[in-house]
Design a protein around this ligand. Structure first.
Ligand SMILES: *Cc1c(COP(=O)(O)O)cnc(C)c1O
Length: 476
């Protein structure tokens, strides 16, 4: 039989076919582009006031990687912030160490799904990495860790395990019977991060389950005496206590040891949100701030902040992996048995099933720089924050709202500035391109925060930021 005439007509190759043939040279071009971006982080404006381009329709045929990169470089990249750059001090935004970035590139390159151990060693690398992290933060071996996408997800997972524990105490399984079986729940906390309320909403416990406990005078740390009084009032009803190790405004720390000791008298699950405060454990001069962290039942630590790995990465630790698997188990014949496995597959431990090998950037940066390297990053950030705090305290236009306890400078204008005036200063800082700071309200006072968590930041950067602040305050 003759070949059909159609087969003889040469077909034009699709962009995907062309890119497949050109993959090595294209990847070299992407690498060169990424290296140019990295080289320019210092000079790129720290943040941008967004000017949105008009939307483009979905491409029908596509233009291939090389041209797509050109379009991205022209249309989008100039509007991106210098998030990994040295003077982006908004929120608590870390950068990415060279090794962490390399790990991130390779995560996509190898594209493993560490959900189960049926096909690769990837889950074992993840287990090794969480064990390293547990050691880094000085947690005892009873704590088992799992990677999640951020501190919000870590808080959510920790509180989901807490919810199951409350069920256990009341003789019901929330995982099986739902939150209706549980009845009302009380969550006690001094200065909980907004993500705690979000987690309670998602978990069906409700935002209003939070009872705010009084703080120490002039502080964001909980008054442990008042916490004991609230627990006493519960009259033996098990509760959840969310302790805070590093608040976002003034980096204040609850007395974790004293709170943990209350468990001798009252039944509660102790969840600690140590999103970035856990890194205090790396500095000999600050480790006392997180003394008692290991006594928690669940612990949240963010990694895309002070570990300086790219988004999105955090770790969730708990002592009760049995309850964790009860909540998150994803039993399906094709995924393999769960049983009483002491090392359950990750698919049974977090809200996600399939996901990226999120541990790889963390593994790379810990392998490359070790405990010492990362302790150095923490110490440097604390030194820089202290330096900026001292400079701001010396400027007549500004005043500090709290001592610099770790890596955040919380300050405001002297006098009683309106929220609009503070917003104006924040905008002027952004427009200068010299730095990016975020605003907050502390005890009713509108304020600015400068958070140091990037390995790239230097003393020269602090000097530039201080100069910018001085200049903006002196404008009429
Ligand atoms: C940043 C932060 C969170 C939320 O972290 P995401 O990574 O944005 O989800 C929660 N708690 C504290 C104390 C934080 O600093």
């Amino acid at each position: 039989m003759n070949a059909s005439p159609a087969a003889a007509v040469p077909r034009t190759r699709t962009p995907l076919e062309i890119d497949r043939a050109r993959t090595p040279e294209l990847m070299e071009a992407v690498r060169a582009y990424a290296v140019r971006i990295l080289g320019g982080l210092d000079d790129r404006p720290a943040a941008r006031a967004p000017v949105r381009p008009s939307p483009e329709p979905l491409p029908e045929a596509g233009i291939g990687l090389e041209e797509a990169m050109g379009v991205f470089a022209a249309r989008w990249e100039p509007g991106f912030a210098s998030g990994p750059g040295p003077r982006y001090l908004g929120f608590v935004t870390g950068g990415a160490t060279p090794a962490a970035l390399a790990g991130d590139w390779l995560t996509g390159t190898l594209d493993q799904n560490p959900t189960s151990g049926l096909d690769s060693l990837a889950p074992d690398l993840e287990r090794e990495t969480v064990t390293w992290l547990r050691d880094l933060f000085g947690l005892p071996p009873e704590h088992r860790g799992t990677f999640v996408s951020g501190a919000t997800m870590s808080n959510l997972a920790g509180l989901a395990i807490a919810r199951e524990w409350l069920g256990e105490r009341r003789g019901v399984s929330v995982a099986e019977e739902g939150v209706v079986a549980l009845g009302p729940v009380t969550v006690l906390s001094g200065s909980p991060h907004s993500s705690i309320a979000k987690a309670l909403s998602v978990l069906g416990l409700g935002r209003s389950a939070i009872r705010h406990v009084g703080l120490l005078p002039g502080r964001e740390a909980v008054d442990v005496g008042l916490l004991a009084r609230e627990l006493e009032r519960l009259d033996g009803t098990p509760a959840i206590v969310v302790a805070n190790a590093g608040t976002v405004n003034t980096v204040d720390f609850d007395d974790l040891r004293a709170i943990a000791a209350l468990r001798e008298r009252y039944p509660f699950w102790l969840h600690v949100d140590a999103a970035f405060g856990a890194f205090a454990a790396l500095s000999a001069g600050h480790a006392h701030l997180v003394a008692g962290l290991g006594e928690a039942d669940s612990v949240c630590v963010d990694l895309h902040k002070w570990l300086n790995v790219p988004y999105d990465s955090a770790v969730q630790f708990t002592r009760r992996r049995d309850l964790q698997t009860r909540v998150f188990q994803n039993a399906a014949a094709y995924l393999g048995p769960l049983g009483e496995d002491p090392e359950p597959d990750f698919v049974h431990l977090t809200p996600e099933n399939s996901r990226r090998l999120r541990a790889l950037p963390a593994w790379f940066t810990l392998a490359a720089y070790g405990r010492e390297g990362h302790a150095g990053i923490v110490r440097d950030c604390v030194t820089l924050a202290t330096d900026l705090g001292e400079r701001i305290a010396a400027m007549p236009a500004y005043r500090l709202l709290a001592p610099v306890r770790l890596n955040v400078v919380c300050f405001t204008l002297t006098g009683s500035p309106s929220p609009a005036r503070i917003a104006e200063v924040a905008r002027a800082i952004t427009e200068s391109g010299e730095a990016f700071l975020t605003t907050t309200v502390l005890d009713g006072v509108p304020a600015l925060r400068a958070a140091f968590s990037n390995w790239r930041t230097t003393g020269a950067d602090v000097e530039r930021i201080a100069k910018t602040l001085q200049e903006i305050a002196s404008r009429p």
